[in-house]
Design a protein around this ligand. Structure first.
Ligand code: SF4
Length: 404
């Protein structure tokens, strides 16, 4: 009997298929007959399969091939959107794309992006992520992310903040606690900040996070009024009272910043209510009100107000409630650092290989010299060789157009 156990995968035997779930959120189905072609099998617990075969190594290799084949059909449970699993053997580098992997923008902050996708659908979402999104998703192997992150830290040679700033909700990532723990253990990381909508926190989860002394939770709270909060979150089951409970509980145990987005026409009356509520808490978290901005890729449900109007409003609220609302550079200990080397620049023509689909329909990711390049208006054909003209190289985030 060969017994295969996977910590990041779980299995469900269905009538005609084996359903495989990766990191709790991404799912694929393998036809039963293809699994049985290896050997007869039985799922003995969520993470373990027994095969009626004595050579465990051989079974492991064959089943690995089958998994790789059907991971090509991975989808996100929340939306049904196509998902790509990026791991050490995927041949996909973690630098080059704004949606996944590692982004360094020339400061002491390194952004880490283990996954995309979100359980809300906020009206102000700058990347139009959430339940109504039709974009492709990415999920990255935790060990791969940590290994590549370490290389960037070594290159910079300075203490850094690891910012888990996901295009979506980071607590949907099945290995999020492991990722935080591994970052906590890194000497050169002085802060681990994470932006979350707070809906997937629980008191147990917060209790498990308290050992991560470098952790700073940036939590969304856009309204106190339940109807306004649901409208802004874009989902009927959004429970602002639960999120408030988590903010109150977390603030007594961790560094917390509450970060409402002022969205004109949606929560004008709510900013004051949030301040009043925050001031009732046993331990008051920092409060940093943000101004809604329209983005090309955003959901853009509201009109922007000017920065002048915004700061006038903030100043009035600060004076009225004797509270600091405008967070600046000093609050975040940010330092300028040299950027990572670029293997190619805007205007260059680069030989690249298509590896997977990108976020948007009809766009692909190509790889060259250890970087990914987003290539819009290109039909996906795995391993196809193309020549790309680089159109954007800022911060090692690359976009290009196919010229051959
Ligand atoms: S703003 Fe954040 S929480 Fe809201 S839909 Fe976008 S990613 Fe999700």
């Amino acid at each position: 009997m060969a017994k295969l156990t996977f910590s990041t995968l779980s299995f469900n035997e269905r009538e005609d298929c084996l359903q495989v779930t990766l990191l709790k959120l991404f799912v694929t189905k393998i036809p039963k007959k293809e699994v049985e072609a290896i050997a007869s099998f039985k799922v003995i617990n969520a993470h373990t399969i027994n095969f009626d075969y004595s050579d465990e190594e051989k079974i492991s290799t064959k089943f690995g091939f089958l998994l790789a084949k059907y991971f090509e059909y991975l989808t996100t449970k929340l939306t049904g959107n196509k998902a790509t699993y990026i791991h050490r053997n995927s041949g996909i580098p973690l630098i080059g794309n704004v949606a996944f992997g590692i982004v360094h923008r020339g400061s002491s902050i390194i952004e880490i992006k283990p996954t995309t996708s979100c359980n809300l659908d906020c009206v102000y979402c700058s990347i139009a992520e959430g339940l109504s999104s039709k974009k492709n998703d990415f999920v990255v192997e935790e060990e791969y992310l940590i290994e590549e992150f370490q290389k960037v830290v070594d290159f910079l040679g300075e203490p850094v903040e690891a910012h888990i700033g996901v295009q979506g909700e980071p607590f949907l990532y099945g290995d999020i606690e492991k990722l935080i723990e591994d970052l906590q253990a890194m000497e050169s990381v002085h802060t681990i900040s994470i932006d979350s909508n707070g809906t997937l926190l629980s008191k147990d989860k917060i209790d498990r996070l308290v050992n991560n002394t470098k952790l700073q939770l940036n939590l969304s709270l856009d309204a106190i009024d339940e109807v306004a909060a649901k409208k802004i979150a874009g989902v009927k089951n959004y429970n602002v009272n639960y999120v408030k409970e988590m903010i109150a509980y977390a603030s007594e145990r961790l560094n917390v910043i509450v970060a409402p987005v002022f969205t004109n026409g949606y929560n004008n009356e709510e900013m004051e209510k949030i301040i009043i509520w925050i001031k009732t808490l046993k331990v008051q978290p920092k409060l940093g009100i943000q101004n809604f901005l329209r983005y090309k890729t955003g959901r853009n449900a509201a009109k922007e107000i000017s920065w002048e109007e915004f700061y006038t409003m903030i100043k009035q609220l600060e004076d009225k409630h004797d509270i600091k609302l405008k967070l600046n550079k000093e609050d975040f200990n940010i330092k300028s650092l040299p950027g990572l080397p670029k293997p190619f620049y805007k205007g260059e023509k680069v030989n690249a290989t298509i590896v997977c689909v990108d976020r948007f329909p009809n766009s692909v990711l190509a790889v060259s010299k250890g970087r990914t390049i987003s290539v819009p208006n290109c039909v996906f054909k795995k391993d196809k060789k193309i020549v790309v003209e680089i159109l954007r190289d800022k911060h090692n985030i690359f976009t290009g157009k196919v010229i051959k």
